[in-house]
Ligand binder design. Structure first.
Ligand code: PMP
Length: 453
């Protein structure tokens, strides 16, 4: 038996994997045990290598085993691995908070930590609701979320998401949210531009707010790219209009940049492209360069002050997680921010983004491709039965799985989202690696669309 097969057998006897129908591992989906990783590459126990085209679920920002991040973690080990953040503090969390506040849109001055993106979303929902309650507005109990949005898997975060695949089984457990149409440019009518889609969606949001603002705490959205929906992208104008509408109707704006933060869409934070400051900015995933679980909510002094009072008023925000602000995670997050600066990442990513586009642009002419789109270091190719007609393949045909399997054979880790094949590589990716990604993606499109239904 190969080393891989041995590990896979042991795994399947005891591990239950995330986001997986485990029966798929019998035949459809090979389990890939990974022994080590470096740069943009993963290596299995039999020595086979896979180019990590999706940054291991969008977490691995700079590359695997970055020596600077390794060193930061090593230095912190043996000094302070953890201390609770209630009543105590430590240098890594203070320094990280200072660094985040210095980089975030002006107006965001407070950091509240958690250990996953979903937990950060829960905090934002609770804090927004609680803020209104502290203002005597306890009637505000609902949230507006966008069609196609995704914010995580815990019950609150799932409630404000709109992907039936993850949500519908739990419908009776969900908070009752309001759904506003997405500004998604892929949904453009003939002759409509991305900006037109943004204006149309903002008009619908305005109507929803006119009817419901009194009962709404906040609007939650993923700026620029609705990632889990299939890398659906929108014009930044929507964010400007949404910010203005939230101000006009007295509703908070929660910007979930858990997937798109830290340069993914071309600017350090996607909100910058609209020149807006949200009431809550949520960060996770790439925050630690993909090393350790850590997330953070940044908010304003106005928010902070509404909770600041004598203990007995019970206005405080008494939310906690055991690993809030873990020193190891904060240290590696700081090293990630330092490395982003030292590498002139945003400038160099512009060249990489250009190369990514060049690698996939030809697919626009493919008869079964509905769209090829890009936002910075994300490119996506949407398969469609009739190409530009945009009729989706039935999800049961699992065309993405065909692509996934072929890419693995070619030494590339792709993980399509339904009919959408995308590249979202670590920033250390080289021009040659990008060219390889483009070739393999092209083969995947060909194979997945040629297969009989
Ligand atoms: N928000 C967005 C936009 C995400 O993409 C994700 C994860 N894919 C989450 C929230 C949830 O983060 P986590 O998986 O760390 O809970």
């Amino acid at each position: 038996m190969s080393h891989n097969a041995g590990w896979a057998a042991r795994d399947l006897a005891v591990v239950w994997h995330p986001c997986t129908q485990m029966k798929d591992h019998e035949r459809e989906l090979p389990l890939v045990p990974i022994a080590r990783a470096r740069g943009a590459w993963l290596e299995d126990f039999d020595g086979r290598r896979y180019l990590d085209a999706i940054s291991s679920w969008w977490t691995c920002l700079l590359g695997h085993a970055d020596p600077r991040l390794d060193a930061a973690l090593r230095n912190q080990l043996g000094t302070l691995e953890h201390v609770m953040l209630a009543g105590f503090t430590h240098a890594p969390v203070i320094e990280l908070s200072e660094a985040l506040v210095a980089r975030a849109p002006a107006g965001l001055s407070r950091c509240f930590y958690a250990d996953s993106g979903s937990a950060a979303v829960e905090i934002a929902l609770k804090m927004s609701f609680h803020w209104w309650r502290n203002q005597g507005r306890a009637g505000k109990t609902r949230f507006i979320a966008l069609a196609g949005g995704y914010h995580g898997e815990t019950l609150g975060a799932l409630s404000v998401g709109d992907l039936g695949l993850y949500k519908s089984s739990y419908a009776p457990l969900m908070l009752e949210q309001l759904t506003a149409p997405s500004p998604d440019a892929y949904a453009a009518a003939p002759g409509e531009s991305a900006r037109d889609c943004a204006l149309r969606a903002a008009n619908a949001l305005e109507q929803l707010l006119e009817q419901h603002a009194d009962e709404v705490c906040a609007l939650i959205l993923e700026p620029r790219v609705q990632c889990a929906a299939g890398m659906r992208m929108h014009d930044p104008e929507y964010l400007r209009l949404a910010r203005a509408l939230c101000d006009r109707f007295g509703v908070h704006l929660i910007a979930d940049e858990i997937a798109v933060g830290f340069g993914r869409t071309g600017t350090l934070f996607a909100c910058e492209q609209a020149g807006i400051c949200p009431d809550f900015l949520l960060l996770g995933k790439g925050l630690t360069g993909g090393y350790l679980p850590l997330s953070v909510l940044l908010t304003t002094d106005t928010m902070y002050q509404a909770f600041y009072d004598d203990y007995t008023t019970l206005r405080g925000f008494l939310h906690s997680h055991s690993y809030t602000g873990n020193p190891l995670a904060c240290r590696v997050a700081l090293a990630t921010l330092t490395a982003l600066d030292a590498d002139a990442t945003l400038a160099r990513n512009r060249e990489r983004a250009q190369a990514l586009w060049t690698a996939v642009a030809d697919l626009q002419a493919h008869p079964h491709v509905g769209d090829v789109r890009q936002a910075g270091m994300i490119v996506a190719v949407e398969l469609a039965r009739d190409g530009r007609g945009r009729t989706p393949y039935d999800w049961r045909e699992r065309r993405g799985l065909i692509a996934y399997r072929h890419a693995l054979v070619r030494g590339v880790l792709l993980r399509p989202l339904g009919n959408v094949l995308y590249l979202m590589p670590p920033y250390c990716v080289t021009p040659d690696e990008i060219a390889l990604l483009g070739r393999v993606l092209g083969e995947c499109v060909e194979l997945a669309t040629r297969a009989a239904a």
